[in-house]
Design a protein around this ligand. Sequence first.
Ligand code: FMN
Length: 216
Amino acid sequence: MKERLRQIPSLRPPLPDVDFSIFPPTPHEAFALWLNDALAAGVREPHAMTLSTSDADGRPDARILILKNVDRRGWHFAIKAGSPKAIQVDSQPQVALTFYWPALGRQIRLRGTATLLPAGECAADFLDRPVGARISAVASWQSEVLEHEGQLEANVSEARAFLKVNPDYVAPAWRVYAVAPDTVEFWQGVPDRNHKRLRYHLTEDDQEWTRAHLWP
Ligand SMILES: Cc1cc2nc3c(=O)[nH]c(=O)nc-3n(C[C@H](O)[C@H](O)[C@H](O)COP(=O)(O)O)c2cc1C
């Protein structure tokens, strides 16, 4: 295994260069710039990110979610109440988000606080989902033990029939959170390993973003 892993290239050139000295004043704007680059470079699912949480005992957990929006409140994700991640976020709202875009050798790391958005926004997000995704959200006891496939099929059929006659139904467990970061780091991999890093940090009074270049 060790040999096989060693042979896999990482940060394979060509990678883009970056001039952090001309980066915008907020990480929100910087994220939008890099997302444009990722889309232009054909990065698959650049809106997939790892949400890291910790449970009540302080044990870390992580999983991938889809980024739903970025606005002044932060980076949004949608999940189901009652799932392990939702229980973790509610008990410990300090979380981290991580993006990795291999084709560009770029990583973005955020640390901050997750806040539940108003019920109306959660409902609107649910109704925006394709019908298959709504069926699945209604049918699934997410992350519970599935005793046999038949259970899932039965729940999916039931949810499909229910949503057919109740197309405006909103799953009450649907939640959208925004992560308001206090730290956001933009990391550009360089093949010679002298990576470039820019960290945005919110001042204590939450008024201003400061910027610092970090050692590789
Ligand atoms: C590309 C990708 C996107 C995903 N997007 C979401 C999402 O937006 N919301 C979600 O609840 N789960 C999403 N998942 C599934 C989660 O990673 C996870 O398996 C699931 O939510 C259960 O997590 P939990 O047991 O920590 O609650 C996605 C998985 C992948 C691989």
